[in-house]
Design a protein around this ligand. Structure first.
Ligand code: SF4
Ligand code: SF4
Length: 442
């Protein structure tokens, strides 16, 4: 694609990077058919190619974002399906991140939207504040239909997605010793929302790792990865959160890897080197952290895991989180691990399409998110699985809101199959095939 940025514009490293990305696009349109928002409505401006044109026009003319640009960029899930499809290697993620930061700088959203976005950015990455919000949501949850009826769809979506149970306990900074001889040492990102919403995920990861001889450190000062605000265009807040994590992890000696159980966060941590490339004080350490970052299944696949008999035969519909399959290109390891440990794994048809979770997308764009969830849940339920597994809490929450099937994190199944307890969601559920005593015993 030809561009016409001036030399003065190209002096800005962000613009120079975007220009480089734009030039790699050859307008072929292969990406269009695999974009979930295009698949839903068939609007070219809600396709990757359409968005690329809008971004090019906005950046080239260095003009403030218009309502039209904002509408179509806001509808993008950042699922990165287009990056998997693109034969030219267009780095859409960095391009849309730049566009979102430009929108945040140059566009004044209506008051209600500004308030909602500011609340999400100031609550969710901070566990103590988020805990208060979740407790308040427990009280407000029964009124979700009322909020929807009076047009406050985003508030209704937030309440519907919040759990019925009280927030869990946070993982505090500490060290979990390896069982037996130590074979490795890793840091685990506790994350901001994970332990409040589903403490069983990190607990399962720690059990599975330590059982296989890996020491696990939860670093003091490592909190939110920054992805939540990053995808809202709040660049400086995201970079501040990234720097805090880098400081926390660089203070730990002898790390073999930095493990992340939420693949949305993993994609961002793996991008720290790029995000901080122009920060001379952090660029080097950011690159080191990015090169150590691993998804939990990526790391577990390198260990000699041994199966217990508990899980044999349970039918698992594996939902590939976009951030894992498109963002990190991890497609094999989670399924291979599950098969190796005795589960029957079924691929979800149209698995490249997003479930509609996408960080805060299911709150900010509730209608599209609901349609994507209905589509996803329909394809999953047709498989008649006993359980749904995914590697990202956001997807788990989104899918669980639309089905009665139990939804667990992949690592919960791995932990269970290697000697850990039965995942709580499975203990409460009575699946057809798990009725047999061997499958449900924990
Ligand atoms: S990131 Fe996903 S929603 Fe956005 S343009 Fe690419 S395929 Fe479409
Ligand atoms: S597939 Fe790649 S090169 Fe083709 S239009 Fe999409 S982004 Fe551009």
């Amino acid at each position: 694609m030809q561009t016409s940025f001036t030399l003065a514009q190209l002096a800005d490293p962000e613009v120079a990077e975007s220009e480089k990305i734009l030039r790699t696009c050859v307008h072929c349109g292969f990406c269009v058919a695999t974009c979930p928002t295009y698949v839903l409505d068939g609007n070219e401006l809600d396709s990757p190619r359409g968005r690329i044109y809008l971004i090019k026009d906005m950046l080239e003319h260095d003009r403030p974002a218009t309502a039209e640009v904002v509408e179509h960029i806001d509808r993008c899930l950042s699922c990165l399906s287009c990056m998997t499809t693109c034969p030219s290697g267009v780095h859409y993620m960095h391009l849309v991140d730049h566009a979102r930061a430009h929108i945040q700088r140059t566009y004044r959203r209506p008051l209600g939207e500004r308030l909602l976005r500011a609340s999400l950015a100031r609550l969710m990455p901070y566990p103590q504040r988020f805990r208060l919000a979740l407790n308040a949501a427990l009280v407000g949850k029964p009124f979700a239909p009322l909020f929807a009826a009076i047009g406050l769809k985003q508030v209704a979506a937030m309440l519907r997605l919040s759990p019925w149970r009280r927030p869990g306990r946070l993982l505090t900074p500490q060290r979990f010793a390896a069982v037996g001889a130590r074979k490795g040492r890793v840091a685990l990102l506790a994350g901001c929302a994970n332990d409040l919403l589903a403490p069983e995920i990190n607990a399962a990861a720690i059990r599975a790792l330590t059982r296989h001889g890996i020491e696990v450190v939860v670093a003091d000062g490592a909190d939110c990865c920054g992805s939540l605000v990053h995808h809202m265009g709040r660049e400086q807040e995201a970079l501040a959160q990234a720097r805090a994590n880098i400081d926390a992890w660089m203070a730990i000696e002898g790390l073999d890897a930095i493990l992340i159980t939420a693949s949305g966060c993993g994609t961002t941590v793996k991008d720290y080197g790029f995000m901080l490339r122009t920060d001379s004080a952090y660029a080097e350490h950011a690159g080191q952290v990015a090169s150590l970052a691993r998804d939990i299944t990526e790391y577990l696949a390198t260990l000699p895991l041994e199966a217990d008999q508990n899980a044999r035969g349970l039918v698992v519909a594996y939902h590939a989180a976009c951030s894992l399959q498109h963002g990190q290109r991890i497609t094999r390891q989670p399924k291979e691990l599950l098969v190796k440990l005795g589960f029957v794994v079924k691929d979800v048809p149209d698995g490249h399409l997003c479930c509609g979770s996408a960080g805060t997308y299911n709150i900010l764009q509730p209608d599209i998110a609901r349609r994507l969830r209905e589509r996803k849940v329909g394809t999953i339920e047709r498989l008649r699985p006993d359980v749904i597994a995914a590697g990202n809490l956001g997807c788990m929450t989104q899918i669980a809101a639309g089905t009665k099937l139990p939804v667990v994190h992949t690592v919960e199944l791995i932990d269970w199959a290697t000697g850990g307890p039965c995942p709580p969601a499975l203990r409460e559920y009575r699946p057809r095939s798990a009725m047999r005593p061997s499958a449900a015993a924990g």
